[in-house]
Design a protein around this ligand. Structure first.
Ligand SMILES: [Zn+2]
Length: 240
């Protein structure tokens, strides 16, 4: 559920960009008279400067991943529409918009705005199956909305009809964050240390035993490695 101020900010953008997906960020920036500078090396991921009539979004040129760059622009647009009249310097901007990530309130709001702008909930639900979500669905969503697989997976799982999926991001074997639509999953139940050795795990299999604190019996487990040592583990089955 979006907070009122974020919903209003989205409405402002939709009034001139429509509900088209993928969203045209450059058009939005142009309409808001915001200049985007993305060819300078910065010590942060991005900045919003909104001063003396100048409105500029800076994106660190060292960040090459297009989806991450788009998320940073959308995040700074969020600061502009929600918080403006200040200077924002943002670091470690993450597409992790789950409530299980610790961030300052304004950073959380900017992320929530970015997420809704790039993957509008009303459009997303048209792509969701009645049953559990798997990565083949996630890949289609990522393509339709032109966002990263990580972002698509996170949004899809949180909006799932089945509500039995848990998406966990592990860095090497250590938990970074998790996302779920199930209100009864608590942090202490989701293993900090992945019980499955990820580098050699099958990308897709049904297993029993590894996720006993979360599921009863067989668990459908899918693993996707977006880059480096990051692994997304998507689980579905009968929740305890
Ligand atoms: Zn920020």
């Amino acid at each position: 559920m979006l907070s009122k101020n974020i919903a209003q900010a989205i409405e402002i953008v939709a009034s001139f960009s429509g509900n088209r997906v993928p969203v045209d960020l450059m058009l939005i920036c142009k309409e808001l008279d915001i200049k985007v500078i993305d060819d300078k090396q910065l010590d942060k991921d991005g900045y919003l400067i909104c001063r003396n009539g100048k409105k500029i979004i800076f994106v660190n040129s060292l960040i090459r991943n297009r989806h991450r760059r788009n998320f940073i622009i959308a995040h700074e647009l969020g600061h502009f529409l929600l918080h403006r009249d200040q200077l924002y310097s943002c670091d470690a901007i993450s597409e992790s918009t789950t409530q299980f990530v610790n961030n300052a309130l304004q950073e959380k709001e900017a992320n929530a705005f970015a997420s809704e702008l790039l993957v509008p909930h009303d459009e997303l639900i048209k792509h969701l199956p009645i049953g559990p979500i798997d990565f083949s669905t996630v890949f289609k969503i990522a393509e339709a909305f032109d966002v990263s697989v990580t972002h698509a997976a996170m949004q899809a799982v949180q909006a799932s009809n089945a509500e039995s999926e848990i998406l966990i991001c592990y860095d090497k074997q250590r938990r970074k964050w998790y996302a779920t639509a199930d209100r009864y999953v608590f942090s202490s139940m989701v293993p900090f240390q992945c019980p499955v050795y990820l580098p050699s795990a099958e990308p897709q299999m049904d297993i029993t035993g590894a996720w006993n604190k979360l599921y009863h019996g067989t668990v459908h487990q899918e693993i996707f490695c977006p880059y480096g040592n990051q692994y997304l583990v998507l689980l579905s089955g009968n929740r305890l």
